[in-house]
Design a protein around this ligand. Structure first.
Ligand code: SF4
Ligand code: SF4
Length: 276
């Protein structure tokens, strides 16, 4: 049996908003009876791209995280609805019935991901349908997936072991945005942004950057290594939140340095000058 799922690969998302635009193009002003009423022409957004600046100058990155309905197996929105207004299809897609859901504003707040929006004019809650109306006509992917130029959105049948989505799920490297919600989400992520520690190593006596130097990071029960690049920069990405780490810098003929850092935020340690 077909069971749909989607994986969002954060490493491939460039924040181009094509997915958002494709979704708007499909649903703004267009009714799909039985699936979804038309989105209003302004103000509704079933595929959001959250943009977050990370780090401090000169080490700044932007993380883009597309967020949509997570198509939960244990969906809180279904529990919040009355009279079968929200239901899960056999293929796993969670649908808000545009007729039965009329007046049920509590469905909006029922979703902890806050991906349901209230259509004030029609008095109905609305959200992503994974383009179920297109899939039912034989289309292979929703419009957002079709429009993504980088392949950051991977969609398919979780029950087909040959599908890319099933293969990626099987690697065990995907994760849900909020495991604490316990809703068994069928939209999962690769490389969700966490914290980084970065720095630049300088040989103080010659005032030159240290190229190709091995830097060690110890903390959160693991030890990791990074090699400085041609600018003397190193970076440890994907670190735990609010964890204590120690960065160890050892170079032949120079005094070793040991720097402590807590990942309450992304950290750039600045220039670390080695002395003899
Ligand atoms: S993410 Fe929210 S709206 Fe989507 S299925 Fe889960 S609980 Fe329902
Ligand atoms: S279309 Fe793809 S790359 Fe562009 S914002 Fe959406 S997920 Fe990211």
């Amino acid at each position: 049996m077909t069971r749909y799922g989607m994986i969002i690969d954060i490493t491939k998302c460039t924040g181009c908003y094509n997915c958002f635009l494709a979704c708007r193009d499909e649903f703004a002003g267009n009714d799909y009876p039985g699936y979804a009423a038309a989105q209003p022409m302004t103000g509704m957004n079933w595929m959001r791209v959250i943009e977050r600046e990370r780090g401090q100058y000169p080490k700044v990155k932007v993380a883009y995280t597309p967020i949509t309905c997570m198509q939960c197996e244990n969906a809180a929105c279904i529990k919040a609805s009355q009279g079968g207004a929200v239901y899960r299809r056999e293929d796993g897609i969670v649908i808000i019935d545009p007729v039965k859901a009329k007046g049920q504003q509590q469905i909006v707040t029922g979703c902890p991901y806050r991906v349901i929006e209230w259509n004030e004019a029609k008095q109905i809650p609305q959200k992503c349908t994974l383009c179920a109306h297109l899939l039912d006509q034989g289309e292979k992917v929703p419009r957002c997936v079709e429009s993504c130029p980088t392949g950051a959105l991977i969609f398919g049948d979780l029950d087909d072991p040959k599908s890319e989505v099933a293969k990626l799920m099987a690697t065990g490297t995907t994760e849900v945005l909020h495991p604490d919600y316990g809703m068994n989400e069928k939209v999962r992520y690769i490389s969700l942004p966490r914290k980084f520690i970065a720095g630049t190593i300088i040989y103080g006596d010659v005032d030159e950057v240290a190229v190709g130097l091995a830097i060690t990071l110890i903390g959160d029960k693991v030890s990791r290594m990074a090699i400085t690049n041609g600018f003397g920069d190193f970076e440890f990405e994907g670190l735990a939140d609010n964890a204590d780490y120690t960065v160890k810098v050892e170079a032949p003929k120079y005094k070793a340095r040991s720097i402590k850092a807590k990942t309450a935020k992304d950290i750039y340690l600045g220039e670390i000058v080695l002395k003899k």
